[in-house]
Design a protein. Structure first.
Lengths: 211, 211
DNA sequence: ATCGTTGGATAGCGATAATATCCAGCCCGA
DNA sequence: TCGGGCTGGATATTATCGCTATCCAACGAT
């Protein structure tokens, strides 16, 4: 398969594919001559994954590089791959240890996770994301209360359990790995989209004009 | 309040505040002389909101401008404000009407919403977000099935209902409006963070090494 | 009077993600 | 076999975003 065919089938321009090759996002094809290289279905699949991560999840190139590098590492297990994907998703907020509000929020988060008995590494970026959000909510005069968090916690738990079930059902290693990425990154978008739609529905019922 | 005090209390540099003033994100203070202007608590509150939207939700300046403009419009109602916020959240994906896959996915989305009986405008960007995700999932060999969507739909519905309940409890208009933004934008981050944490827990239990 | 601060304007920067251009080398059809 | 168009590879350029930096004249507190 030539690069132009790769371009046609992936929907990306030749220039962009060359750029991804340069960045190490896409492995090189096998050179057959000085100005000729051959690509295969694996390259096409990889491009489709890259495109989904860029356009749907809006991940930066560097984050995608991290993910595909992990995917290509045949020593990595499912759980570690999840960590890689979540780290790539960010946020890349360095914890502001000097800020008292921030430290307090972070402790709230840690306490919550401990209370729930969730097994989460202390390094998980989602801890910081949650802490940062708590700080912002409090600053804006909408402090979080644990009971108000309940529905979110339950929803998150139910969905994650479902997702993990889906993953174990699959068998072949390569597909399981891809499935992990897809579940983590793309189904998060599904959840967000459905949440927004449900929100609009709920709002329309309560506040909307009749129509 | 001088600009330097605004800077100290908001945690943003004077330069950044000037930049926000230029961009129309923050209303000007009242000029007291050629090189003097006075700011008040409202400016500070506005800056905190801007900061939360930038740093927690990672919204672009233009989107924040749209939100604060709507907030300042005293003719706008809660439901319309939700629309503004959701539009600001993106995605800013123009529907590719020429792409057959895309059209099919979009129809699936529309059919799903209709079947659920959700009241959502046909223009809602979340429809496109969901359609785009469906396309990507199918291209990657993970086609969506309606039954697999159930947990997400239920979670989204439960959370949205809860959020809408919270909003009606509040009374004063200005706070209700702020509450709508906070609910829509920041609690989405809470949901995302909790989902990731729950996912790690579920994964640790099923795939993780003992520890 | 002086010295730091302010508002206001303009210019510059660093990161990101492409695009564009150029250049031989090569393949394929006429 | 020859020539136009594609190719890989390298280098240069662009566009957008979100700030930063610099300058300047006008203040105002000491």
């Amino acid at each position: 398969m030539k690069i132009s065919e790769l371009s046609d089938r992936s929907g990306l321009t030749v220039q962009t594919i060359k750029f991804y090759l340069r960045e190490g996002l896409l492995p090189k094809g096998t050179s057959t001559a000085a100005t000729r290289a051959e690509y295969d279905e694996r390259h096409l699949k990889r491009l489709r994954l890259i495109r989904a991560l860029r356009e749907v999840a809006d991940l930066p190139i560097a984050a995608i590089t991290g993910i595909v590098t992990a995917l290509d590492d045949d020593k990595i297990g499912l759980h570690d791959l999840l960590g890689t994907a979540q780290y790539a998703l960010g946020p890349h907020v360095e914890p502001r240890a000097d800020d008292a509000d921030w430290r307090a929020a972070r402790q709230d988060v840690d306490a919550l996770i401990a209370e729930l008995g969730w097994r989460v590494t202390p390094l998980a970026p989602a801890r910081d994301l949650l802490a940062q959000t708590f700080v912002a909510l409090r600053q804006l005069g909408f402090p979080i209360v644990l009971t108000g968090l309940r529905p979110y916690i339950e929803a998150a738990g139910a969905i994650s359990a479902h997702e993990t079930d889906q993953l174990t059902a699959d068998a072949p290693r390569e597909r399981a790995l891809q499935g992990m990425i897809v579940t983590t990154v793309l189904y998060e978008q599904v959840l967000i989209a459905l949440h927004r739609l449900a929100q609009e529905d709920a709002s329309a019922r309560r506040f909307g004009d009749e129509s």
